[in-house]
Design a protein around this ligand. Structure first.
Ligand SMILES: Cc1cc2nc3c(=O)[nH]c(=O)nc-3n(C[C@H](O)[C@H](O)[C@H](O)COP(=O)(O)OP(=O)(O)OC[C@H]3O[C@@H](n4cnc5c(N)ncnc54)[C@H](O)[C@@H]3O)c2cc1C
Length: 304
């Protein structure tokens, strides 16, 4: 029996683990994919107070070291569901079941998929969702990137330094990114833009051969040969396993009170998967500490 089970080892979950352990709680931290969460994909973080610059992988390792040094138990297991039990909540993972008096959901965000033919089959064989992780596999090759937000534009610049050519495909004319980045992309001779267009198919057997691109105004489809395709069209909260247990908003973000308590007693939430306006490391850390202290108080209250 754990006092607190934390689901997700991003900045929110790790901070929650640090605070909960320091409040003398017995803590289990469960992670399905990657220690450190989304930030592990970043090649440079410059806006975390007191840390001038750090790469995401090192930041993530330090978080885990700090959380486990205070006594958090870490397991690589994906949580599939939660159910109420006599003493709290039972968490079901791909490997077993664990009981916790309180739960902190800190599952963050998952990448949005294009949802076109060929995407699933060619993921890892030319289709990627992380320019920083996979860009170097396409050195001196022709790649395309889909998206019109800050991430897509920054990724286009990052890839332009590595690849032979980068084609930015965006379904609109304008971008949702800061002016400096937009200007840098427009002025980069290696980046070509295909606007008002969308990818309708990714063709290839064991690797990408070409993309089928629809020009949205005319409906015309053309073939674009590329070696790689990067998808950067945003994220969705990874809250599906909890959708029938706690209250979510229309987009799947968890609704919670100021102290991060959800609609169910004993279940708290922290980080990007919570309904809020700013999704950053600092706000994830803030939620993690608030949720951990509220959950610790809740657990102590159970034994009074
Ligand atoms: C490329 C990139 C660069 C960024 N750069 C910055 C930056 O410079 N500065 C900044 O402040 N922010 C940055 N961000 C945003 C920042 O990474 C997020 O705000 C932060 O990671 C949110 O932390 P989190 O713990 O809420 O969620 P996440 O980091 O998403 O972590 C959630 C974790 O939960 C795990 N998980 C999900 N579902 C389950 C499940 N069912 N069972 C078990 N585990 C599960 C996931 O695998 C993941 O590890 C960046 C994001 C990206 C993608």
């Amino acid at each position: 029996m754990y006092d607190i089970i934390i689901i997700g080892s991003g900045c929110a979950g790790m901070t929650a683990a640090i605070y909960a352990c320091r409040a003398s709680m017995k803590v289990l931290l469960l992670e399905s994919e990657l220690v450190g969460g989304q930030i592990a994909y970043s090649h440079r973080v410059e806006n975390f107070p007191s840390v001038e610059a750090i790469d995401g992988a090192t930041f993530s390792e330090r978080l885990l070291d700090q959380a486990t040094s205070f006594g958090a138990e870490f397991k690589f297991e994906a949580v599939s569901t939660l159910r109420e039990s006599e003493n709290g909540w039972t968490v079901t993972t791909d490997s077993g079941e664990y009981e916790g008096k309180a739960i902190i959901i800190a599952v963050g965000m998952k990448r949005r998929l294009l949802g076109v033919e060929g995407e699933e089959e060619l993921t890892g064989a030319g289709v990627s969702y992380c320019a920083v992780c996979d860009g170097s596999f396409f050195a001196n090759q022709d790649v395309a990137i889909v998206g019109g937000g800050q991430t897509a534009l920054q990724d286009a610049l990052y890839l332009a330094d590595i690849c032979k050519s980068v084609t930015l495909i965006h379904r609109r004319e304008g971008f949702r990114a800061d002016e400096t980045t937009v200007r840098a992309v427009k002025n980069n001779p290696k980046v070509k833009m295909v606007l008002n267009a969308r990818v309708t198919k990714i063709a290839g057997e064991s690797s990408i051969e070409h993309l089928e691109i629809e020009d949205i105004p005319s409906g015309n489809i053309t073939k674009m040969p590329v070696d790689g395709l990067f998808v950067a069209i945003g994220n969705l909260p990874a809250t599906t396993p909890f959708k029938d247990i706690i209250e979510l908003d229309g987009e799947g973000f968890v609704l919670a009170s100021e102290d991060c308590h959800t609609s169910k007693k004993g279940i708290f939430v922290a980080g990007d998967c919570r309904q809020k306006t700013v999704r950053q490391l600092t706000t994830a850390a803030s939620d993690g500490s608030v949720a951990a202290l509220a959950a610790s108080e809740y657990v102590r209250g159970l034994s009074i």
